[in-house]
Design a binder for this molecule. Structure first.
Ligand code: HEM
Length: 368
């Protein structure tokens, strides 16, 4: 362990400079037990892929479909149906519907409409940037789902309140607010789509908003930082705007918004040379895979033109993110619309407390 290292992988998520630590983890064994966190760690591209591909590594602990604090609540009812939180048959049908729906989205049109909305919501300082990076992707998704623009701000606000129930760091006020928001979202989606749409699908459409929320805000925030910190990047993008998609792709690898996910062993199994008993939690360090030198040459360097290799920041295998292209398209459009005003904006930043999402919180401060 080095002096400036994060104390453990959960602290790495919001650490100022965690990537040298992730690179060293990627050089080690694909799976090892972390006594401090009392769980297994899957590291590097090989460890992350092996766990996410394994049929007996499940998204929920055996016998606990819903976290105890959500059981019997509106949030719990939504949580129980999300494809993200289910394996096997319950996951298969709604997942197919989502994949085919998202696969039909016209990305050029989404880019165009997001550029327009982003130009109408130019950030004027740190506070409005913090708000816009959460709201804009949610406005984009709400538009795709068929909601009228007048409804977007309220939907975005309920979604932000709802996702609070998904974090183990939420306090009791946030949990209470999340219940109200979940019930309101359900009612609003029923009004839009009618009572005949099965709850399992309805809830997963709400899931599209909640999955968009923090991850895409983090991608936008981390891209704002890349524009400031990577010498010459802004000029390169100005000279050739066709590089914006590559820019967002490289941010997703170099400084990703989702650093880890979890799996639980359904039975005793052997994986990556390690023997794991049943009921073990595995912390899957997606961010270490993006910094694995055996897959990405000079992983610490921000490079726009990299050979295309899979980016594990969006997961892998049967739960892989179906929203990657949408997120990168909306984020690129926001950054492109805001680049000029951001360039002159004095900003300092810290990270929002989280165990898995790296989301900068901007403050008025010296321009970096
Ligand atoms: C930068 C933005 C995003 C990042 C980094 C991200 C990342 C991820 C990751 C890592 C997973 C897999 C989780 C796991 O296997 O445990 C995932 C799943 C998922 N994401 Fe995203 N996501 C982003 C944006 C979006 C957007 C915009 C949508 C909505 C269109 C979306 C919808 C989903 C859904 C529905 C799943 C669950 C898939 C399943 O379990 O079958 N994501 N995402």
């Amino acid at each position: 362990m080095f002096a400036n290292d994060p104390a453990h992988p959960l602290a790495a998520v919001t650490h100022a400079a965690p990537y040298a630590y992730y690179r060293r983890l990627a050089e080690g064994p694909p799976l090892h037990f972390d006594a401090q966190l009392d769980c297994w760690l899957a590291t590097g591209a090989a460890g992350v892929q092996a766990v996410l591909e394994h049929v007996d590594c499940r998204v929920r602990p055996p016998g606990m479909a819903v976290p105890e604090n959500l059981a019997g609540t509106s949030c719990g009812a939504i949580f129980a149906e999300l494809v993200r939180m289910n394996d096997g048959a319950r996951h298969a049908v709604p997942k197919q519907v989502l994949a085919s729906m998202l696969g039909q989205v016209d990305l050029a049109r989404l880019r165009h409409s997001t550029l327009q909305i982003a130009r109408d919501h130019l950030p004027t300082g740190a506070a409005s940037l913090n708000q816009a990076m959460f709201e804009l992707p949610l406005f984009g998704m709400a538009g795709l789902l068929g909601f009228a623009p007048a409804q977007w701000p309220q939907l975005a606000s309920w979604t932000r309140d709802f996702v609070a129930c998904l974090s183990p760091l939420s306090n009791s006020d946030q949990l209470a607010g999340a219940q109200v928001a979940a019930a309101s979202l359900l009612q609003r989606f029923k009004l839009l789509l009618g009572e005949s749409v099965p709850d399992s699908l309805l809830v997963n459409l709400i899931g599209l908003l909640s999955q968009t929320c923090e991850a895409t805000a983090g991608l936008i925030g981390n891209a704002v930082l890349a524009l400031r910190l990577q010498t010459g990047l802004q000029a390169q993008l100005q000279a050739d705007p066709s590089l914006w998609p590559a820019m967002l792709r490289e941010v997703s690898r170099h400084d990703p918004s989702i650093h880890n996910t979890r799996r639980h062993t359904a039975c005793a199994l052997e994986i990556g040379g390690a023997a794991l008993p049943q009921g073990q939690m595995i912390l899957v360090l997606l961010a270490s895979a993006g910094h694995d030198a055996s897959v990405h040459a000079e992983p610490g360097h921000f490079m726009l033109q990299r050979p295309v290799s899979p980016i594990l920041a969006y997961g892998h295998g049967r739960h892989a993110c179906p929203g990657q292209q949408l997120a990168q398209t909306m984020a690129a459009a926001c950054l492109q619309a805001w680049a000029d005003v951001l360039a002159g904006m004095p900003l300092a930043w810290r990270y929002q407390p989280s165990l898995n999402a790296r989301i900068p919180v901007f403050m008025e401060g010296a321009a970096a």
